[in-house]
Design a protein around this ligand. Structure first.
Ligand code: AP5
Ligand code: MG
Length: 216
């Protein structure tokens, strides 16, 4: 399966992706996660990306596309993948079309998860992520078994640097301006599944799985 998940910040792309990649046994490719890892590793590219992320802006398309091209060349991506948070601009969508064409691959599904901005702000406020493996939690909706400790790897849970009020409103603004047009881009070829992200994580997953079944 080759899947893209689109949607505003905090709507649950990462949470749904974590489940779907298990269901389909494909790698989870989150450009945001890759940038955060590069920054933690002190890589020069990670430092550049961090400046944009900190301001709530998109990392430039050429950097992002380069990272994705490299990730798609890895052995585990040859039989399928799930993109979470890529493409999020029209130039990225065009670049991805070109990568796919070079490989002779086609997308199986584009999933757009939606919810209103008010709900999103609440979700981001309670989010915690594992500083080691990146697993996503919420202090109320999806807490770890032991407070502040990751169920999967025992890592410490932290808040993301870009999860403050000011940066979140900037991320939402950028989403509406630069990423929403990507939905129309895929809509033109009739490939978009719309999922209601205001439900529980499990219910949204059920809706997505049902739509994927009907899709085939
Ligand atoms: P990225 O890491 O992709 O962040 P984002 O798009 O802003 O999305 P989030 O990760 O904040 O939210 P999510 O939809 O994954 O929600 P989650 O599942 O965590 O990107 C970060 C930055 O990197 C960008 O701002 C940009 O600067 C840069 N970047 C990344 N990709 C780029 C690209 N392609 N081009 C350029 N720049 C790029 O859920 C949120 C919270 O809600 C969690 O606490 C979760 O537990 C909870 N929750 C989720 N679903 C539910 C539910 N159904 N019910 C109750 N709670 C829920
Ligand atoms: Mg995410």
């Amino acid at each position: 399966m080759r899947i893209i998940i689109l949607g505003p910040p905090g709507v649950g792309k990462g949470s749904e992706a974590e489940i779907l990649v298990e269901q389909f046994n494909i790698p989870h490719i989150s450009t945001g996660h890759i940038f955060r890892e590069l920054f933690q590793q002190d890589s020069p590219l990670g430092k550049i990306a961090h400046e944009y992320i900190d301001r709530g802006e998109l990392v430039p398309d050429d950097i992002t596309n380069q990272i994705v091209r490299h990730r798609l060349s890895q052995p585990d991506a040859q039989n399928g993948f799930l993109f979470d948070g890529y493409p999020r601009s029209i130039p990225q969508a065009i670049a991805l079309d070109q990568f796919l064409e070079e490989k002779g691959w086609q997308l199986d599904a584009v999933i757009n998860i939606h919810a209103d901005d008010e709900l999103i702000v609440k979700r981001i406020g309670g989010r915690r992520i594992c500083e080691n493996c990146g697993r996503i939690y919420h202090i109320v909706n999806n807490p770890p078994k032991v407070e502040n400790i990751c169920d999967t790897c025992g890592g410490r849970l932290i808040q993301r640097d870009d999860d403050n009020e000011e940066t979140v409103s900037k991320r939402l603004e950028i989403y509406h301006r630069q990423t929403e047009p990507v939905i129309d881009y895929y809509e033109q070829s009739g490939r978009v599944i719309h999922a209601d992200g205001s439900q529980t994580i499990e219910k949204t997953n059920q809706d997505i799985m049902k739509a994927l079944g009907e899709h085939h």
